[in-house]
Design a binder for this molecule. Structure first.
Ligand code: IPM
Ligand code: MG
Length: 400
């Protein structure tokens, strides 16, 4: 085998990556301020259903949001806009993670409500194109993936801040290989990239009267990248003397999340991309499954709200699409309202979600015809929101 040829290629490849990342570091350092939604004459909410059960559950979440925003919509202050073409068929047709014209439409919106999209892997019937989620996070620079997990009965109230544009994901499609003999992927942490997510986590803790921030890495083994993440955390933490902080390694953290004696002590958690991907699935499972969690992808200019689960194609193939649980997308919708500054509407929606999902549970979605349909679930949420005694009702349950 002519290894020299590969080594020469690899040198060029690494040089390209380095130049790109150096440029990125400067871009992040010089990025502008946060968008102020309250100053916009109109907020445009893009809606992309995605694949599989995506369009079913997204439609239901949109109905709930339209109910809450009916006044703003009729006054022309909020517009929902359907984004076409973020489907696996169209993406494969263009051989792009997000086709250019679709991206252009998305960029005309301020925020995006997005259903799950198919992410092919090697061996699937689809060509192995990049994940639309991962691409959108990068194209729109959505650096913070915020995932709350709450189980009141177990004293669990966690908010994860997963770094969303770096780590193993950023260069996940840019590794190189020597045929089938050797394969290398890259993982990147930058100082300003770590700083902005860690600072956001501390800011969130401060604004929401949270007690503690836990930083999760594997800095004892993955010394360069995780080492940098941790040292940035040490520095940022000094700006928040009123907030307690600690650091954990990802392996023991994974164990502690299921340790009943320990887990209720965690509060805000900030971590690099892949650790965040894994740990938030575990956390969501404790809450009742990945289908129960919503997720906000936040950047300074754009934001995208989605479920953390997949497309469940099989459900649709078996004709069960309408039985898919829209709760994850409705939760993502609540995060969207909060992010846009509709704080009171978000608060109400969260109460309605608690009532419908945990406290009252008049109907239950099972994913099969023995349970309610997604539409019935959304109707239940809307009916609950209409109840003038919503707040009293919620408080009564919450105190128990
Ligand atoms: C998530 C998902 C995505 C990710 C997949 C679909 C690429 O698992 O949002 O957690 O790994 O980030
Ligand atoms: Mg995941």
């Amino acid at each position: 085998m002519d290894y020299e040829k590969y080594i020469e290629e690899a040198k060029k490849h690494l040089e390209e990556i380095l130049r790109e990342q150096i440029e990125r570091v400067h871009r992040i350092r010089n990025e502008g301020d946060w968008i102020d939604y309250s100053k916009l004459p109109k907020i445009i909410i893009g809606v992309a259903g995605g694949d599989g059960i995506g369009p079913y559950i997204t439609e239901q979440a949109q109905r709930v949001l339209e109910f809450l925003l009916q006044e703003e919509i009729s006054e022309g202050k909020v517009e929902f806009r359907k984004i076409e073409g973020l489907t696996i068929e169209n993406r494969v047709k263009h051989m792009q993670a997000v086709p250019d014209d679709v991206l252009e439409e998305i960029k005309k919106c301020h925020v995006l409500l997005k259903g799950p999209t198919t992410t092919p892997k090697k061996g699937d019937p689809w060509p192995n194109i990049e994940s639309a989620n991962v691409a959108l996070r990068r194209y729109l620079d959505l650096f913070a993936n915020v995932r709350p997990v709450k189980v009141p009965e177990l004293g669990i109230d966690w908010v994860f801040f997963r770094e969303n544009t770096e780590g193993a994901y950023m260069l996940g499609s840019k590794g190189f290989a020597i045929d089938d003999e050797l394969a290398i992927d890259f993982r990147v942490i930058t100082e300003p990239g770590a700083e902005r997510i860690i600072r956001l986590a501390f800011e969130y803790a401060k604004k929401n009267n949270r007690r503690k921030v836990s930083v999760v890495t594997k800095a004892n083994v993955v010394k360069k990248t995780d080492g940098l993440f941790l040292s940035v955390a040490e520095r940022v933490a000094k700006d928040y003397p009123e907030i307690e902080w600690d650091d954990w390694f990802i392996d023991i953290m994974t164990a502690k999340l299921i340790d009943p004696a320990r887990r209720s002590q965690f509060d805000v958690i900030v971590l690099p991309n892949l650790y965040g991907d894994i740990l938030t699935d575990e956390a969501a499972q404790i809450q009742g499954g990945v289908g129960t969690a919503g997720s906000a992808n936040i950047g300074k200019r754009y934001a995208m709200f989605e479920a953390i689960h997949g497309t469940a194609l099989r459900m649709v193939k078996e004709g069960r699409g309408k039985y898919a649980n829209p709760m994850s997308m409705i939760k993502a919708g609540a995060m969207m309202l909060e992010h846009l500054g509709f704080t009171e509407k978000a608060r109400k929606l969260n109460m309605a979600i608690d009532i419908c999902n945990s406290y009252e549970r008049k109907i239950v979605v099972t994913g099969r015809p023995d349970g309610a349909t997604g539409e019935e679930m959304a109707n239940y949420v809307i009916e609950t929101l209409k109840d003038e005694k919503l707040e009293e009702k919620w408080e009564k349950y919450a105190k128990k």
